[in-house]
Design a protein around this ligand. Structure first.
Ligand code: FAD
Length: 483
């Protein structure tokens, strides 16, 4: 049929995957249209994910950090928090970043079509126009015709079927809306998102319970790292329920009543002023009319792609949360660049660009809690499971001059090397600023560095980053002094 707009590349979704793909494609000279249902670019990450959570976590960390100064003889009074101003601060942070993205799109002449998009053919997407702050439909429609498409429609929070529809039951988006501070809060799901939000609310005054089906919080991280985090955060929790399922919930005048069942059969119950559901995210694959374009979607709503981010339909690509784990913004951005480059390469006959592929060896993970927990590559358990003999280099921050000077020496840096080749396999850091340091370990893994490469690299003194060099020297057996 006839189209209202046509383009080289249609990008469905304006999150970190979508805008990164669109900008790279435009920079490579292509005519690009982004379809996004919300008023701003940035997707989950900028609007209701990475960025607002970090804005609030920074405030919480400073509030907690000033207490460390008591040992240095500096005492602050109890903080007075205006929730309205704090929410306003968070909104300003978001607006600054999403506004910047809007300008960057304009500079690149990327067309943004506001609305809900679904495929109506292999080269056509219909957009139902939306307006306002949400997804209100105006009733008008547009059809965009494309040579290539990149699906970057992301994911959304999983909601437990038995949770009552009640303002006291929220997902991460509701928690970030910061409507108030509950006395007693339940976090369902002890993963990164739940624990980050729990940190914010607890510093603002809430008492926390957390319930997790697995046998430990922060699954995926090395258990030694999590132990340190847990010790430092014990004070936030009344009850840490592991190997426990949440099986029912009811709204009552006193609060949300929630039932739990241990894997051993024990039953229990609690009543909460706020319940945060943080039990994972589900991809939006089933909501975009993929079948009309012939794009295969898995039962769980993911879209399978090859290393060029190509779906089963050769001119349609997919990136970000919708193609699978880990659901992280930095993964989405790198996948985005690959898809845009492959498309530009093919349209322009540039073989080098057309050969682009996503072949990252590792993708780092960070919990921006206090202390932060960051890891990349193999954990000790994973190396064991794979039958790899490892040499470990552990540097406790109790021996780091900078950590001691900061009054925060609870952390440590741990590196794992292949015993035979001495090459680095993985690493983890627990401590303040761990997330800012993990990139060095990721680089070392990507470059196949060994313990000598890292240990002989001169790190500035006194820094926390120095602990990476020291951990490598420990593994190598040449750590003779401590800073
Ligand atoms: P999304 O960001 O989900 O963007 C998809 C976009 O597509 C959305 O804007 C959506 O409105 C739009 N869309 C979907 N369907 C349609 C349609 N049919 N028509 C039009 N538009 C559509 N990751 C990190 O790396 N670091 C962090 O610190 C971090 N913190 C997080 C904290 C929270 C609370 C949450 C929830 C997530 C966090 N994440 C973090 C994960 C990160 O937000 C995601 O991995 C990232 O946003 C994925 O990007 P994406 O482009 O694939 O999808």
């Amino acid at each position: 049929g006839s189209a209202d707009l046509d383009c080289d590349v249609l990008v469905l979704g304006g999150g970190p995957g979508g805008y990164s793909a669109a900008f790279r494609a435009a920079d490579l000279g292509l005519k690009v249209v982004i379809v996004e249902r919300y008023a701003t670019l940035g997707g989950v990450c900028l609007n209701v994910g990475c960025i607002p959570s970090k804005a609030l976590l920074h405030v919480a960390a400073v509030m907690d950090e000033v207490q460390h100064l008591e040992m240095a003889g500096v005492k602050f009074g109890a903080p007075e928090v205006s929730i309205d101003q704090l929410r306003g601060h968070k909104e300003k942070v978001i607006a600054k970043l999403t506004g910047g993205l809007g300008q960057m799109a304009k500079m690149r002449k990327v067309t943004i079509v506001r609305g809900f998009g679904h495929f109506v053919g292999s080269h056509h997407l219909e957009v139902e126009e939306t307006t306002g702050a949400g997804q209100d439909k105006t009733g008008s429609k547009k059809v965009v015709q494309f040579k290539n498409a990149i699906i970057a429609a992301g994911s959304q929070a999983v909601h437990l079927p038995f949770m009552p529809d009640d303002p006291r039951v929220v997902d991460s988006t509701g928690a970030l809306a910061l409507q108030g501070v509950p006395k007693k809060m339940l976090i369902v799901g002890g993963g990164i998102i739940g624990l980050e939000m729990g940190t914010v609310y607890s510093t603002l005054g809430a008492r926390l319970d957390v319930v997790e089906m697995m046998d430990g919080l922060m699954q995926g991280a090395d258990r030694d790292l999590v132990k340190v985090w847990q010790k430092m955060n014990q004070h936030r929790f009344d009850n840490v329920m592991l190997k426990t399922k949440t099986v029912g919930a009811q709204a009552t005048p006193e609060g949300i009543k929630v039932q739990f069942e241990g894997l051993d059969g024990t039953q229990s119950e609690g009543t909460y002023d706020l319940v945060l559901q943080a039990v994972g995210r589900t991809p939006n694959g089933k909501k975009i009319g993929a079948e009309a374009a012939g794009v295969a979607v898995t039962d769980r709503g993911f879209i399978d792609v090859n290393i060029q981010m190509r779906t089963n339909v050769p001119h349609i690509f997919a990136i970000g949360d919708i193609v699978g784990q880990p659901m992280l913004a930095h993964k989405a951005v790198h996948e985005a660049h690959v898809a845009a480059e492959v498309i530009a390469g093919e349209l322009q006959g540039n073989k080098e660009l057309a050969a682009a592929a996503f072949n990252a060896r590792v993708i780092p993970s960070v919990a921006y809690t206090d202390p932060e927990v960051a890891w990349v590559g193999l954990t000790e358990d994973q190396a064991k499971q794979q039958g790899i003999n490892v040499k470990k280099g552990l540097f406790p921050w109790a021996a780091s001059g900078r950590a001691i000077a900061n009054g925060r020496d609870e952390g440590f840096t741990k590196l794992l090397f292949d015993e035979a080749s001495h090459r680095i396999l993985g690493g983890g850091i627990v401590g303040t600023h761990a997330g800012d340091m993990i990139g060095e370990i990721a680089l070392a893994i990507e470059m196949g560095a060994d313990s000598v490469d890292i240990g002989k690299t001169i790190h500035p003194h006194p820094t926390l980053g120095e602990s990476i060099g020291m951990a490598a020297e420990v593994a190598h057996g040449s750590c003779t002094d401590v800073p």
